[in-house]
Design a protein around this ligand. Structure first.
Ligand SMILES: CC(C)(COP(=O)(O)OP(=O)(O)OC[C@H]1O[C@@H](n2cnc3c(N)ncnc32)[C@H](O)[C@@H]1OP(=O)(O)O)[C@@H](O)C(=O)NCCC(=O)NCCS
Length: 169
């Protein structure tokens, strides 16, 4: 299977935040953001795998800033690392200033997807080639995040999480 670049998986969506998307303080409802990020991350994963992909884990989401009603929000998602059948996908969330058009990053989310066949059985995915400095850094750190996620999910013993241990040494 031919390796693919991280940028080949890039998926971007831009939308406006409407009243039905918001909470009592007129900011974007958290679950609404999670669903939008999940969708665009799934597209990035499917671009990398050329197969059906399902969410296996939401590794981290930070709601760093309120996304107000009426905002123009852009989400950019890319596969940051692939393993055997799983892929880490990172989404960066931006708000666009109406006057200047300048986009400012407000949130980040990290999801894991698994490529599956028509019966929902995991299948292999291509290796990922990181190119830019940011892609290389995210690729490098993805192994620690994978081990943390597997330990938290009870699918890996802490003693086997060698990359995680190196964080504390
Ligand atoms: C995802 C799914 C196909 C995995 O099937 P499985 O039989 O558990 O397969 P495995 O245990 O071999 O895991 C498959 C891969 O996922 C990875 N994985 C599993 N749980 C994980 C977690 N919590 N965090 C990170 N990676 C995880 C495994 O390490 C493995 O990766 P690899 O093949 O790259 O080494 C299955 O659990 C499933 O169908 N889940 C429901 C998916 C879904 O409906 N998502 C939408 C939720 S609303």
């Amino acid at each position: 299977m031919k390796a693919k670049t991280s940028s080949a998986s890039l998926a971007i969506t831009t939308d406006i935040i409407l009243p039905s998307d918001t909470n009592a303080l007129h900011g974007l409802f958290g679950g609404e953001l999670l669903a939008r990020v999940d969708r665009i991350c799934c597209i990035a994963a499917q671009r990398h795998a050329n197969a059906i992909c399902v969410t296996v884990s939401v590794n981290n989401v930070s709601f760093g800033k309120v996304i107000p009603l009426g905002s123009m929000m852009t989400i950019k998602a890319q596969v940051s690392r692939s393993f055997s059948s799983s892929m880490e996908v990172i989404a960066d969330v931006y708000l666009e200033d109406r006057d200047s058009g300048i986009q400012t990053k407000v949130n980040e989310a990290i999801y894991t997807f698994v490529a599956v066949d028509n019966n929902g059985k995991p299948i292999p995915v291509p290796e990922l080639i990181p190119e830019t400095d940011l892609e290389k850094q995210r690729y490098q750190n993805a192994l620690q995040r994978r081990q943390l996620s597997l330990v938290v999910a009870g699918k890996m013993k802490p003693k086997d999480a060698t990359e995680l241990k190196s964080l504390f040494e």
